[in-house]
Design a protein around this ligand. Structure first.
Ligand code: CP3
Length: 347
């Protein structure tokens, strides 16, 4: 950890801070001209695999926006490659996994001994931490076992998760083996990021909201809990983020993560209440509000801060990542507004 005294890290630990920290999921991305310029030279995967370029992308986005944390530039799916599942990004289609996991043989073949080959990500973390020192905390991240398994099994994004759920319902032994393998790899991978200087780890469970509470508790929670437990040993706080997850929040809290991500579908105070007002929450502005006029955007952001009520343990963010066409000026203005509007005169 390089910035343990920062307001972002303190807020993750539900400690009082001078103002609400703010950062944005996908803060480095196509909506930003500087990122588009780099993408003209390198593919997404090339950026990820060149630590000096990934570090530059991470640093540039955080500095342009003036946010309170920098998230390392990487992709959720990188661990698939070291497990023996090659993938590529096809224009307009998103990620494509060449040979999806469907059979027992496919699961047996997955390797768990090569997490160290993702060292390029921790190298990028090291460069970013060195750049910011104690001035700005760095967020490392990894995918949650369910969301990663869904990409492996579907072969890409999905609407109904039919192959994923079919495997989960019909072949529980295979399912558990697959998720255990994912936890084995991601726990080493994320711990490496902390060793390299990451202050906090965010676990992205972007698609977990397609599950019922019962299925989540039975088939997913034990694995995610193992991952969170392993990460706790690093000493870095964990943010556990999902979308469409209003009904799952109390179960997600059961993983032991210090911070729970809230999407925009539930009012922030209601989400926090369903967590027993315990621990910290991150969120939760609809990313599409960044396309609205400033007065509307500002009043919605103010509403979220009002719902948080200045209580310790709120990190301002969107309910999901910044979309490609988002006007950069609105993102900058939003960060500044949150910082100014949440300033507290007394702690
Ligand atoms: O937040 C950040 O600034 C860090 C960078 C980051 C990327 N991917 C870079 C990226 C992060 C945190 C991710 C995580 C990720 N990757 C998730 C979980 C986050 C979420 O939104 O819930 C998922 C599901 C993926 C897999 C993935 N990668 C998808 C579905 C896509 C979109 C494909 C498309 O064409 O839009 C990507 C591509 C990707 N990863 C981009 C970026 C900036 C798109 C830009 C590009 O192609 O250069």
């Amino acid at each position: 950890m390089s910035a343990p005294e920062s307001r972002f890290v303190k807020a993750c630990m539900t400690q009082p801070v001078d103002r609400t920290p703010v950062w944005f999921m996908r803060q480095a991305g196509r909506y930003m001209a500087e990122y588009r310029a780099i993408r003209k030279q390198y593919s997404l995967i090339e950026i990820c695999k060149r630590p000096e370029v990934a570090a530059e992308v991470t640093i540039t986005a955080a500095e342009i926006l003036g946010v309170d944390a920098a998230i390392i530039f990487a992709d959720l799916l990188l661990p698939l490659e070291v497990m023996g599942l090659p993938f590529h990004f096809s224009a307009g289609e998103g990620p494509v996994i060449e040979k999806p996991v469907r059979t027992q043989e496919d699961v047996t073949r997955l390797r768990t001994d090569r997490a160290a080959d993702l060292g390029y990500v921790s190298e990028a973390v090291r460069l970013v931490s060195r750049h910011f020192g104690s001035g700005l905390p760095v967020i490392g991240f990894c995918g949650a076992p369910f969301t990663l398994a869904s990409y492996m099994i579907e072969g890409g994004g999905s609407r109904n998760y039919i192959h994923t759920k079919k495997l989960m319902y019909s072949s529980p032994a295979m399912w558990n083996q697959l998720l255990s393998k994912l936890v084995a790899v991601t726990s080493v991978y994320a711990a490496e990021q902390v060793s390299a200087g990451a202050d906090v780890i965010q676990i992205f469970d972007s698609w977990v909201g397609c599950l019922s509470v019962e299925d989540y508790r039975r088939s997913v929670l034990p694995h995610t809990t193992k991952l969170v437990k392993a990460l706790k040993k690093t000493g870095a706080p964990v943010i556990y983020f999902g979308t469409d997850s209003a009904t799952l929040l109390p179960s997600m809290q059961g993983t032991g993560a210090e911070v729970i991500g809230l999407d925009w579908r539930i009012p922030l105070d209601e989400g926090w209440r369903s967590l027993g007002n315990k621990g910290a929450v991150q969120g939760n502005l609809d990313p599409v509000l960044l396309f609205a006029d400033w007065p509307e955007l500002k009043s919605r952001a103010a509403n979220i801060l009002q719902r948080a009520g200045g209580r310790a343990g709120h990190i301002f963010n969107l309910g999901h990542g910044i979309l490609p066409e988002t006007p950069v000026e609105n993102v900058k203005a939003l960060a500044r507004f949150v910082q100014e509007h949440s300033a507290r005169t007394t702690l």
